[in-house]
Design a protein around this ligand. Sequence first.
Ligand SMILES: [Fe+2]
Length: 243
Amino acid sequence: MIIAQLSDIHANGSDAALERFDRVLDWLRPMAPDAIIVSGDLAEHEHDASYQAIHARLSATGSPFFVVPGNVDDHHGLYQTFGKQMGWSGARPFNSVGRVGDQLRVIGLDVTVAGAHHGDAAPVLDWLTAELNSDGPPALIFQHQHPFLCGIDGKDRNICRNGHALSRVIAAAQDPVLGVTCGHVHRAMFTRFAGLPATMAPSVARANRLALDGREPAISDPPGLLLHHFHDGRLVSHVVMVG
Ligand SMILES: [Fe+2]
């Protein structure tokens, strides 16, 4: 089972943004992923046209796909293009659940806050508690903002708040949870959250500088993605940069 995670496309009406997306999709094509998840910030300007362009490209892959909103997304536009397919009612939050075969569940958690760049897990905890205690298959949770401290200078201002409460819900779940994965900071990273592996996908759009403890090298990262490989009950996440 191969789940491709793309994140932070930041389409804006320019050809350049969609060309980066196309490069990632070109690399991905031979992998024929069993599902594609997009962990937010699909578009930052020209939202309606950008969502239609992204939807057309994702549909052309032939893989089932799931999206969650990010902080620069336009929720109304996202709903217009993706809402029916995701099973959204039109009222926020825009959570989603998908089955990948009969062995794996992807849970898209909408932790965005209207008008803010940070996220907040508190409004979706009851929904997630019910979903994670429904006798379902192992779940991979994806969301936009990171619920863990990433340590990059200035980037934890816009964290997903109430991460402790989120981690308690995940740790107490009866259903197996494989991990939590996100986007938002435009860098691949790996840590632990709620006692589980936690990952962040690299961005399709320009990366952020890896600024740690006041030290700042130049940005040289090409667009990238994560490939989550689920086999015999174990999950291995691969980072791929598309140079
Ligand atoms: Fe973001």
